[in-house]
Design a protein around this ligand. Structure first.
Ligand code: ACO
Length: 425
């Protein structure tokens, strides 16, 4: 029997069904709330709103748990490669050997971009931020792949999904090479997803790139950790764009735009600048005080999360991977020393304890990228390559959901009312 909550407003009582998921908090079904009460619900930032049902990713923010299709992120990082995780997110199950092979073949088949799309790059300034290029070029895919634009045909949806997963590393590496004045790369399909991306980023015609397996594995871990994260700002943007029946390429371009912001995917760039700005372990207390001050806009980048009120499990994994990579590559990074000390001081500080502010995935990913010699401007781009899998899995789930409707929030209007028209002459 469905549990119900009763809400009394101005003497009128209504019953609101309580929905139960497989885990996580119960959810009030307020779909008929306006019809029954004439009122809207006010929730800026959607802190209490479940916008959809989903079976893809589950986060328990209080316990610091992250599951993709029910599997703990720690197990997936340890036992899978990125394309296996991509398959899992898209289809709901881990692939068997034959499924894995056929998925890899399909992704490999789509890694190249239309030759004419390459000329788009010449239209950008060389100093354009690669995320600006990503938004433009990924959106432009809609103008090239007309045979996968019918969003009501599951087969076309699948082809579009594979195309996006396959082409994102190519477009990302092209954006990077355009900026540094190098020829635009082509994929090599005998390589794995991560190897291929690294090769396209760093190989130049005159010098082959030696793929270091430590770096390729680290890149795979980064891709897995960033692949999905339930209804975050960029994923919700993709769903909202998709709810109007926009094509998948346009939807993913909108996700990239949302991801770019420093409060979301741009935070890892901000973390490195912050660590450089702090400069030395001895300056940390001053910056902690600034982060706590109401009169200072400075915040600790890479700290705090809307959902995690505990250590972000991805931060724990990447913190360890970062140590491993630095050890294996025999590198040391003074910024890691500052980051570790900053974390240790902040985690003991009552301000951060009370507000449950812990390091998030971005706190260590910037240092990891630096160890892999990835330029700062590419950090968020790499995030977008990985998150494309989550975005497209969520988009597919939404398209197949019979409860799906165009997203159309309402508002609490606080502007002028009924003014008498007056224009000075
Ligand atoms: N440094 C200092 N204080 C902070 C920080 C921080 N990094 N984050 C939150 N706070 C404080 C806020 O000032 C606020 O204090 P108040 O209650 O006294 O006003 C309180 O903690 C709650 O913060 P909100 O901003 O209301 O929390 P919200 O859930 O809206 O924001 C966010 C979460 C945007 C991630 C925030 O913590 C932040 O700006 N962090 C830094 C940027 C960052 O690392 N973003 C990456 C997020 S992860 C990702 O996208 C992959």
């Amino acid at each position: 029997m469905t549990r119900k909550a009763t809400i009394t407003i101005d003497g009128k009582t209504i019953e609101v069904p309580i929905l139960k998921g497989s885990c996580g908090p119960d959810v009030l079904d307020i779909r008929n709330f306006y019809q029954e009460t004439g009122m809207f619900c006010y929730d800026p930032g959607f802190t209490s709103t479940a916008s959809c049902t989903s079976s893809i990713t589950y986060i328990n923010g209080d316990k610091g748990v992250l599951l993709y299709r029910g599997y703990p992120i720690e197990d997936l990082v340890e036992k899978c490669d990125f394309l296996e995780v991509a398959y899992l997110l898209l289809y709901g199950e881990l692939p068997d050997i034959a499924q894995k092979e056929s998925f890899e073949q399909s992704i490999n088949h789509h890694t190249m971009v239309h030759e004419q799309l390459r000329s788009f790059f010449q239209g950008f300034r060389r100093d354009a931020h690669p995320m600006a290029i990503m938004v433009g070029v990924v959106g432009a895919l809609s103008a090239f792949y007309h045979d996968s634009l019918d969003i009501y045909d599951p087969q076309q949806r699948e082809i579009a999904s594979h195309r996006l997963i396959a082409k994102m590393p190519t477009i990302a590496a092209m954006a990077y090479n355009y900026a540094r004045g190098c020829p635009l790369p082509y994929p090599k399909n005998q390589l794995t997803y991560s190897q291929n991306f690294l090769n396209m980023m760093f190989a130049i015609p005159s010098e082959p790139y030696q793929i270091n397996p430590v770096i390729a594995r680290a890149m795979d871990i980064i891709f897995i950790l960033h692949a999905d994260h339930e209804q975050n700002a960029s994923t919700s943007t993709v769903r909202l764009a998709g709810s109007s029946q926009a094509n998948p390429f346009a939807c993913i371009a909108s996700g990239i735009a949302a991801l770019w912001g420093p409060a979301h995917g741009g935070a890892n760039e901000a973390v490195l600048s912050m660590l450089k700005q702090i400069g030395s372990v001895k300056n940390i207390p001053e910056y902690i005080e600034r982060a706590k001050s109401k009169n200072d806009s400075f915040r600790l980048s890479g700290f705090g999360h809307r959902v995690y009120k505990n250590y972000d499990p991805r931060a724990r994994i990447i913190r360890k991977a970062c140590h491993d990579v630095l050890d294996q590559l025999k590198l040391s990074d003074p910024l890691l020393e500052i980051a570790l000390e900053l974390e240790s001081i902040a985690l003991k500080d009552p301000y951060f304890i009370e507000k449950k502010l812990y390091p998030n995935v971005d706190f260590y990913s910037g240092i990891m990228f630096k160890a892999l010699e990835i330029p700062t401007s590419m950090f968020t781009v790499i995030f977008s390559v990985a998150r494309t899998v989550g975005w497209i899995a969520q988009w597919n789930e939404m398209m197949a959901d019979p409860a799906q409707k165009i997203g159309r929030p309402r508002q609490l209007y606080v502007g002028e009312k009924n003014r008498t028209f007056f224009k000075s002459t």
